[in-house]
Design a protein. Sequence first.
Length: 74
Amino acid sequence: KLGKLWKEREKTELREVLLIPKEKYPFKNEINIYDDKVSIISHEDQTGIIIRNKTMADTQRIIFDFAFGKHSIS
């Protein structure tokens, strides 16, 4: 429910949201990449971490882009 709300507001809030079907890919956490930070959040046990590191954030952006077809290896 919350994910769909975020998806509806992504353009007005200047972000990109990708919703993955939980039935097919049951991820247990969410990963957010913003500025020079990566946050990893587990809603199941209410645990989270924010890593402030430009290199790690840039690397996560590249992984995201490869995973969702924005880049190819060749």
